[in-house]
Ligand binder design. Structure first.
Ligand code: CUA
Length: 316
């Protein structure tokens, strides 16, 4: 188990090193400014203390050069820091295409993980070393926050929507996972760990935990059980758009808008079908809100995602 008293664990992801560089640069510059401020303050306190013969009248008028210098130099330094950190932050928004997508569902007070191959875990997440991991996260009740200090990763999980975060681990081990958003009585107990393993060990771990059926296969079962296949497949293109190849593609809407069919779009299409109607189709789809658990919706998304790479003729 990771040391629970470790205050500043060394970074264990590629992104973590960047965060450390930025953090220590900011800390260094701020300390320097603080130090200079205190030096000037103490010099003045001592020089102008009571009873000392020194000139006490204001003498020189304003010195524009000095004022411009002490304004512009810090301004440039801090704008530079902002651009540097902003660029890093933006790089977190889009995961690499080969990232392993793990689904995360938080609830009071536990973490649930679903691997693409069907394995599920609670309060523990096993991942392979060096592989980009993308977490597709949501909450079943209130806002929680996925926080792994050693990974320098913290992202909220919000009910009713998906948030994502990605990282690539740089060393094996067990790393503490915490909830960083007060979420009720047992918030402090909402802990877990991320276990980073050598890729071969991870494969062995997957094999040791019966993963079948995969998330996509379970999604296909839910797809049929809820009657989705009746409209979305089998040449019924008149009633509903085919879902083959839709994931990740751009979809023209009746409103004239064009959206990318990502996780959030598919979730909304299932729960709020009237919100974004595909151009050329009637808004006849009923809402499935209340009928599907968060796990089931994520499985459906995994299934629709798996359809992106197959031929129309092979669909059920
Ligand atoms: Cu979940 Cu705090």
């Amino acid at each position: 188990m990771a040391n629970p008293y470790e205050m500043f664990p060394s970074a264990a992801t590629t992104f973590g090193r960047y965060v450390d560089h930025i953090f220590f640069s900011l800390l260094g510059i701020s300390s320097l400014v603080l130090l200079m401020l205190f030096i000037v303050m103490w010099v003045f306190v001592i020089r102008y203390r009571r009873g000392v013969e020194v000139p006490r009248k204001a003498t020189s008028p304003r010195n524009v050069k000095v004022e411009a210098t002490w304004t512009l130099i810090p301004l440039l330094i801090f704008i530079g820091l902002f651009v540097w950190a902003g660029e890093r932050y933006l790089s977190l928004q889009a995961a690499p295409a080969d990232a392993l997508k793990v689904q995360v569902i938080a609830k009071q007070w536990m973490w649930k993980f679903q691997h693409p191959s069907g394995q599920r875990e609670i309060d523990q997440l096993h991942i392979p070393l060096g592989q980009p991991i993308e977490l597709i996260m949501t909450s079943q009740d209130v806002i929680h926050s996925f926080y792994v200090p050693a990974f320098r990763v913290k992202r909220d999980l919000v009910p009713g929507r998906y948030t994502t975060v990605w990282f690539t681990s740089t060393r094996t081990g067990r790393f503490r996972l915490l909830c960083a958003e007060y979420c009720g009585t047992s918030h402090s107990q909402m802990r877990g760990e991320v276990v980073v393993m050598q890729p071969a060990d991870y494969e062995a771990w997957l094999d040791s935990r019966e993963g079948k059926p995969t998330l996509a296969e379970e999604g296909a079962r839910i797809f049929r059980a809820h009657g989705c296949s009746g409209c979305h497949f089998g040449g019924s293109t008149v009633r509903a758009p085919s879902l083959v190849g839709v994931f990740g593609s751009t979809v023209p809407l009746q409103s004239g808008e064009i959206v990318v069919a990502d996780e959030a779009y598919i979730r909304d299409s299932i729960l709020l079908p009237k919100k974004q109607v595909v151009a050329g189709y009637a808004p006849v789809m009923p809402s499935f809100a209340g009928q599907l658990s968060e796990e089931a919706i994520l499985k459906l998304i995994a299934y629709i995602q798996s359809l992106a790479s197959i031929e129309e003729s092979q669909t059920p």
